[in-house]
Design a protein around this ligand. Structure first.
Ligand SMILES: C[S@@+](CC[C@H](N)C(=O)[O-])C[C@H]1O[C@@H](n2cnc3c(N)ncnc32)[C@H](O)[C@@H]1O
Length: 160
């Protein structure tokens, strides 16, 4: 009985703890993720980064389009799922690492679906690190100091 409780905690805890570091796991609909790629003009060899990449669904869409897809995820269960999901795509990489340590300097498109309370901190990071002309897409929440180029359903797309 005690083992069932321990295993249950090991599975559930990562899903609870992320609430205090970014956002709980709520996957974005594939349709909404595909829409982003219709709205932005990316170079052929673009680098697409998902900050808090969940089960890797955005990375899969980006990798299938031939882009380099890079995800940062701190929930080890979701990270393992994304590693498995992306196993056939050498152009996709997921790191079991905090998004706050992500390198976004070379990114052409950064996507995130994070809790609004982290918007200010993330905005500072993006403004300091992302290159001019690159895109940032936030699902769910608006970012006040960035140039909004398109809002489509819950997707906010910005140009740096
Ligand atoms: C709302 S979900 C979005 C998942 C995925 N990007 C999608 O759109 O389907 C937020 C994700 O961020 C992850 N997360 C939360 N805090 C994080 C952090 N500090 N570093 C990396 N990932 C984090 C959660 O585990 C969760 O998978």
């Amino acid at each position: 009985m005690i083992w069932i409780v321990i295993i249950g905690l090991i599975v559930i805890l990562p899903f609870l703890l992320v609430i205090f570091s970014g956002a709980p796991y709520v996957p974005t609909f594939t349709r909404d993720l595909e829409d982003i790629f219709k709205e932005v003009k990316l170079p052929q060899k673009a680098i697409v980064v998902d900050l808090g990449s969940g089960d890797g669904r955005l990375l899969l869409i980006a990798a299938q389009r031939g882009y380099t897809a890079i995800g940062y995820e701190i929930n080890p269960i979701l990270w393992l799922i994304s590693v498995w999901r992306l196993r056939k795509y050498p152009n996709a990489h997921t790191y079991l690492r905090s998004l706050w340590k992500a390198d976004v300097r070379e990114a052409d498109l950064v996507f995130t679906f994070l809790n609004k309370i982290y918007a200010g901190r993330l905005e500072k990071k993006l403004l300091a690190e992302m290159k001019p002309g690159s895109y940032f897409s936030s699902f769910g929440f608006a970012y006040g100091n960035l140039e909004l180029i398109k809002k489509h359903r819950a997707n906010h797309i910005y140009k740096l």
